[in-house]
Write a protein that binds this ligand. Sequence first.
Ligand code: S3P
Length: 447
Amino acid sequence: MSSHSHDQLVSHKAGPLRGTMPIPGDKSISHRSLILGSLAIGTTKVRGLLEGADVISTKNALIALGAEIHRDNDGIWHITGVGLNGMVSPVTPLNLGNSGTGARLLMGVVAGQNITATFCGDLSLSVRPMARITDPLTEMGASVTSRGGGLLPVTITGAFTPMAIQYHSEVASAQIKSAILLAGLNARGTTTVIEPHASRDHSESMLRHFGASVEQQIKSDGTHHVHLLGEATLRAADIIVPSDPSSAAFAIVAALIIPGSEITLVGIGMNPLRTGIITTLVEMGGDIVKSNDRIEGGEAVADLTIRYSQLHGITVPAARAASMIDEFPILSIAAAAANGTTEMLGVAELRVKETDRIKVMADGLAECGVTVDHDDDSMRVSGSFITGGATLSAQHDHRIAMSFLTLGLIAEAPITVTGCATIETSFPGFANGLNQLGAYIRPRLTA
Ligand code: S3P
């Protein structure tokens, strides 16, 4: 007897890709809409929420903290908030699963309230650094305990009155910035976060949408300064979530590297702090045409038409890294299909994502015949004959799983990826959507 395992997928040489596929809601915006809706007065309606595992973990945690959240039959989510001081201490630990964004942003929420909560997560989240969040929150007056100096489980008791701080972050991280701003909502005075480059600014836009006073400046040296006025009141405000450009990137790269492909993706988020991957792929010679530019729910969106293109290697500058931080795994697949070498600079942060994405991509690519090298902060991938034929583990990382499956679509021999259930984190329907375009990704037959 043989059976299918949906956790193990096999990706075969296929194509061309033709048509259109739905891209789910933006993960960053989905988390924030649930969080700000839960802190607001009134009921917020959210259309297009990503119903992936990470966002559901955040939703469950917010319910445990006192918010009322439900989905209606039309797929619209209704969030009735408790106000900025109305959360309760949950009776059991908040389990954020695989979600760094959920855990870190909610740490900021708890730090600004007079409550105590313990955070835990899966194997991947349990080895990711949390001190980068809890250090500034401690400065703001929260009490924190953690395992081994900054790992989950972390317990936070919020400050009675949080202190407004000015925080210079060493890394451009929207998670660090957002945690501090969320704690700062209840602080007296202005909370300031300064980051070396601008990271995604969905928190800033959405806080303004809910009525908070937030200012942003990018200085001539490239640093990004964000100021939030504390003792704020958030009022419910409806949200339309655009399709996630980070998820779209997998379909974009697949169409660029599979000969004869032409696909269209509709309503993709075009926030300039998220579109570094598009800039990069166009510089590499990618035929990506944007149309129907519009603003939906306060965020820029557009439709994209992508045609197969012979790509060439480029150097991706460090200053661009923050605007495409989640896209380096799939960029390294595009680079393997390009002529010449693609060099990615300033990418040390990739080592502390859901897994060490530099090492895992480099090892997997090498097993499939691709020439790669890397050091602490950079990675080089050379266009190669892609033999494939390997079995690669997703390492609890949705973007690694999707990147290796995309590589299989142009490899000489099929690539098997184990641990594919993690794709549910951010992109339910990934394999089916690509298959409908003409890809060939199938469950592995197990004995
Ligand atoms: C996110 C920020 C990024 C990104 C993550 C989502 C967010 O992390 O990698 O997938 O929604 O704030 P950092 O801010 O730590 O770079």
